[in-house]
Design a protein around this ligand. Sequence first.
Ligand code: ADP
Ligand code: MG
Length: 238
Amino acid sequence: MAEVRLENVTKAFGNLTVIPDLSLTVPDKSFTVLVGPSGCGKSTLLRLIAGLEKPTSGAIRIGGDDVTRAEPSKRGISMVFQSYALYPHMSVARNIDFGLRISNVPKEERERRLNEAARILALEDYLDRKPAELSGGQRQRVAIGRSIVRNPKVFLFDEPLSNLDAALRAQMRVELAELHQSIASTMIYVTHDQVEAMTLADQIVVMNKGRIEQIGTPMDLYDKPASVFVAGFIGSPK
Ligand code: ADP
Ligand code: MG
């Protein structure tokens, strides 16, 4: 059970209040997509859930546990970034299981998880290659593989496809949907791409200036946008 709950979370950087008061429930195993204009606080929200930032006030629960003060490594989450720096001198296999090696996961278990991730991501034939010998999409899959092997309860994605070209983005969209089907984890996904939001989401959260403008299924938001702002973001005709 890995529902994510934010309860009256606020976040200020000095005098700048980025998140004034935000409550949100992300259901267990949902694919929840956060959209909103640049600077509205999407990455900050993910970083709060990940524990890379501490809220100024409010509480964060993952799977019912209060993790508001917990270290990132104790939260059962894993984050995939837009710029997925792989280690250039290491093979694909070593890049994927690096995190397991530094946390002393036994070799057999490491290999089991590596093979499972490689199968899910169709990287079996590439495990001995170096990152430079891969396409952009394959590199992004390696970055996702690094998350999968850690068996997170919750995956956080911060615009993971925005450096890829349109054709590759379309392919990766399909792969992400399949990934969600096959591993059934809770996923929280930030994008500014409406097509990604509409095709991947069970639930879309539209943010504006650190607040939630509207939450709903893609069809809810398209059919009944609560404001011109939401309609503009979703591309519906209000
Ligand atoms: P988004 O991901 O939606 O583009 P961010 O969460 O990155 O937005 O940023 C929201 C606001 O918070 C921006 O005004 C940004 O400049 C500010 N901000 C983010 N991180 C910091 C930080 N560490 N220190 C100061 N301001 C920050
Ligand atoms: Mg951002």
